[in-house]
Design a protein around this ligand. Structure first.
Ligand SMILES: Nc1ncnc2c1ncn2[C@@H]1O[C@H](COP(=O)(O)OP(=O)(O)OP(=O)(O)O)[C@@H](O)[C@H]1O
Ligand SMILES: [Mg+2]
Length: 299
């Protein structure tokens, strides 16, 4: 199994899918065997961004056991010989209520995908499914725009992901921690306090789990007027969530991005010299470098 990179956001429509599609193509061009998996249950459209309008199989085939192995759902995209896609499912009802066993089967099957890099496009928001799919990866990427509501939703998303990460860490360690998980938490500090009461090392373990959680931020649609105070956001997350945020890169607001979507072609192919494409290929390089450093997957 290769490296898994999950791409999520608190708010919808901020550019997760275009970022995921372009990074997948870019890494394939840089020599990697890549699989782009669309886990945006219900809002699946990653295949459309490649003009792959009639997929032979989708995630639905796997979830309904028409195809047993997730790797067999991954189909080659004509745009590049080392890029495959697992198209998402549009069947909202059946899959939005995915059962626990379906979810664990799906997560387990990710480990059997043949690829160097698996990029997972996660649906927006903080449902348990979104958080669990996000956390299953080795590397976590979050996308936000400079819009204040997007930044606020990003903060909320990272906080809830951090809480869930700590709780699942305890659940893996000890069945007694069941009681710890079955509560509603508003803050990471609250989880740490309860964790500290479970056993002596509880708080220390929770804190080191949080410190190892280092999501990488992609700021999309940045313009001269719309910027984000990244150091301030980092400090906020460090103080209140405990984890570090790194900046993977910024993508400017660029009409080429919309034109590329309309042309069913990732912008790095459609308009390679556009500002957005330049930013995305640079991000691909940073990501390659990140993949060569030790993983952040929870123990
Ligand atoms: N940097 C950019 N400049 C201009 N337009 C952009 C940029 N990034 C994204 N867009 C536009 O925003 C639209 C939404 O992007 P995308 O579908 O990737 O968002 P998303 O986060 O995946 O949405 P959802 O939450 O619905 O899955 C794109 O179709 C594109 O037109
Ligand atoms: Mg999307």
């Amino acid at each position: 199994m290769g490296h898994t990179i999950s791409i999520a956001s608190g708010k919808g429509g901020v550019g997760k899918s275009v970022v995921a599609a372009n990074l997948a193509l870019d890494l394939a061009r840089k020599g990697k065997q890549v699989v782009l998996a669309d886990l945006d249950v219900g809002g699946a459209d990653a295949h459309v961004l490649f003009g792959h309008l009639h997929p032979t199989h989708t995630l639905t085939d796997f979830l309904t056991h028409r195809v047993e192995r997730l790797d067999d759902v991954a189909q080659r995209l004509p745009i590049h010989r080392t890029l495959r896609i697992i198209p998402g499912t549009g069947d909202t009802l059946a899959t939005a209520n995915m059962s626990y066993s379906q979810k664990t089967r799906l997560i387990r099957n990710f480990e059997e995908i043949h690829a160097d890099v698996i990029i997972v496009d996660i649906g927006a928001g903080t449902s348990y499914h979104a958080l669990d799919f996000f956390l299953m990866a080795d590397h976590h990427v979050v996308v936000a725009t400079p819009d204040p509501t997007s930044v606020l939703d990003l903060y909320r998303f990272i906080k809830l992901a951090a809480i869930r990460r700590v709780l699942s860490m305890f659940l893996m360690r000890d069945v007694m921690a069941e009681g710890l998980a079955n509560r509603d938490y508003c803050s990471v500090e609250e989880v740490l306090e309860v964790a500290g009461k479970t056993d002596e090392s509880g708080r220390t373990i929770a804190e080191s789990t949080l410190q190892a959680f280092k999501p990488a931020l992609v700021l999309n649609r940045v313009s001269g007027r719309a910027r984000v105070n990244v150091p301030q956001l980092k400090k906020l997350l460090k103080d209140y969530v405990g984890g570090d945020l790194t900046l993977l890169g910024e993508i400017p607001e660029d009409p080429a991005m919309e034109q590329a979507v309309r042309a069913y072609t990732p912008v790095i192919q459609h308009a390679p010299s556009s500002p957005a494409a330049t930013a995305l290929t640079k991000m691909g390089e940073t990501l390659l470098h990140m993949l060569s450093t030790p993983s952040t997957r929870a123990a």
